[in-house]
Design a protein around this ligand. Structure first.
Ligand code: ADQ
Length: 472
């Protein structure tokens, strides 16, 4: 079996439980192949310490059968590549937020520079028969840079975030360059059929690609196979965590603390794509419309700090704080606070207990690639008395989780009614919905995702020798 090489912006030690299902699943495959995981070290070298652009000290660490190789970035490279282009242009536009994009031209140069740097540092570590799997929007041009250095290995790419329709994508200066870079891969994977369809319509209309059938497209002298590979979670691990002593203890503690109320839960990174202000407005609307829910429902909202150096993120923080404050101020009683808002990350081992103690989960992003919280909530439930998932139709997960209560998060009244319905839902209906949702998340778990992507990559046509990659 060929060695697997995974490349992503951040690298996680798959042996650590805090790493999460994705890292563990990738770690399993990497362990089996004696693989390599390559990415940014998380360290930024200030110029005063010699941090000139183009530098990048490598760190190597053995984690079981997996070799972790990470690279430092200079301040200038990090700021333009990470905050500037990846999170200031690609993240907002790919989440349909043109209004938040900062199309400063210097950022794209930093993005290209860091992708070239990754390619230069990774290239000498590669073997001829390696299978390379590159992840996410930070590294779209990496395969093109590797090809320019002569790499002929099979290379796959998975986009964890949505791909917008062609007209939105076309707002990015240099969008044609970005999409052309995808043709340096053998396989390109998306989270949902909708994202895949956007790719197809873009390459057909803008790149005049030829449709070869079975998801294969030909353009720029190359063939790429594209498809939807919806990511899942490690369901059995999550069920296990919910039933483990720490999970049970957390669940009991929450139930004791809120014994007279039904709990609603929201767990997100504090990001404008997650629809947090709209969620608060819907909860407020529900309290206004259904006074019998006063005192009987409490929303616990956990929002972990994220990308605080990007200005759109501090705006959303202030908006959320002010909304939570005004809901508690207007509706709260001496013995009841409607919203408990925490701006922090909760330890992974505590999440299953919190989910299990909750009657309703609010997963209401304005746009989301998949959203793993929705699947984690389902896996943590007691099948005899499960909670209800209120899910945005704009999360990638909505394509699969049809038995959730699907809502339009922009429709505040509609979402308020759905939250109320979820709080009232009889146990028979909750069980039936949960059973069917569990079947789906078990079938399409994180191992299915890994295996089906890699299987497609292994079978994909090898790089055509003799057609050199034209530099981007
Ligand atoms: P994210 O935008 O980070 O990921 P999501 O899938 O919801 O979104 O969460 C990833 C993980 O972070 C989950 O395991 C969740 O439990 C954890 N998490 C989130 N908030 C937390 C908090 N406050 N405290 C502790 N843990 C928290 C991107 C895309 C998604 C896609 C994933 C995976 O934006 O659409 O589902 O990648 O492909």
């Amino acid at each position: 079996m060929s060695r697997l090489v995974v490349v992503s912006n951040r690298v996680a030690d798959p042996r650590k439980t805090a790493a999460g299902g994705l890292a563990v699943a990738l770690g399993d495959v990497l362990n089996n192949t004696g693989g390599l995981w390559f990415g940014w070290s998380g360290k930024v070298i200030e110029e005063a310490d010699g941090g000139k652009p183009g530098e990048g000290k490598l760190h190597t660490q053995q984690a079981g059968g997996v070799k972790l190789v990470t690279l430092d970035l200079s301040r200038q490279d990090h700021d333009s590549f990470y905050a500037g282009y990846s999170n200031g242009v690609l993240w907002p536009v790919f989440h349909y937020r043109l209004d938040l994009a900062d199309f400063e031209s210097a950022h794209i140069a930093g993005y290209r520079r860091v992708n070239q740097l990754f390619a230069r540092k990774l290239h000498p570590l590669l073997r001829d028969d390696d299978i390379i799997w590159i992840h996410d929007y930070h590294l779209i041009p990496l395969a093109a840079e590797l090809r320019a250095l002569g790499c002929t290995q099979r290379i796959g790419f998975f986009l964890h975030i949505p791909l917008p329709p062609p007209l939105i994508l076309a707002a990015i200066p240099g969008h044609d360059w970005l999409i052309r870079a995808l043709f340096a891969y053998n396989v390109v994977g998306f989270q949902s059929n909708a994202d895949h369809a956007h790719f197809c319509s873009y390459v057909e209309a803008e790149a005049h690609a030829q449709n070869l059938g079975d998801g294969r497209w030909r353009a720029f002298n190359r063939t790429v196979q594209a498809g939807a590979f919806p990511i899942g979670i490690d369901v059995e691990e999550f069920v296990g965590l919910a039933n483990a002593p720490e999970g049970r203890e957390m669940c009991e503690r929450m139930r004791r603390e809120y014994s007279r109320r039904k709990l609603l839960v929201g767990v997100d990174r504090l990001d404008y794509s997650k629809g947090l202000p709209q969620r608060m407005l819907a909860f407020r609307e529900m309290l206004q419309r259904y006074p019998e829910t006063h005192r009987s429902a409490t929303l616990i909202q956990i929002a972990s700090p994220s990308r605080e150096d990007v200005s759109a993120y501090s705006d959303i923080l202030h908006q959320l704080e002010s909304l939570c404050g005004s809901i508690n101020g207007n509706f709260g009683e001496l013995d009841w606070m409607p919203v408990r808002y925490m701006h922090r990350t909760v330890a992974r081992a505590r999440l299953p207990g919190l989910y299990r103690a909750s009657s309703v989960a609010l997963v209401t992003p304005l746009r989301d690639g998949m959203n793993l919280v929705a699947k984690e909530f389902l896996a943590a439930q007691d099948p005899q008395d499960p909670g209800v998932l209120v899910l945005s139709r704009f999360a990638g997960a909505a394509e699969q989780l049809r038995e959730a209560l699907l809502v339009n998060p922009y429709d505040i009244e509609g979402t308020a009614n759905a939250i109320h319905l979820a709080l009232q839902m009889p146990v028979e209906e909750r069980r039936a919905r949960h059973q069917s949702l569990m079947r789906t998340i078990r079938e399409f778990d994180v191992h299915w995702w890994c295996d089906s992507f890699l299987d497609t990559l292994v079978k994909a046509e090898a790089e055509e020798t003799g057609t050199p990659w034209l530099r981007l």
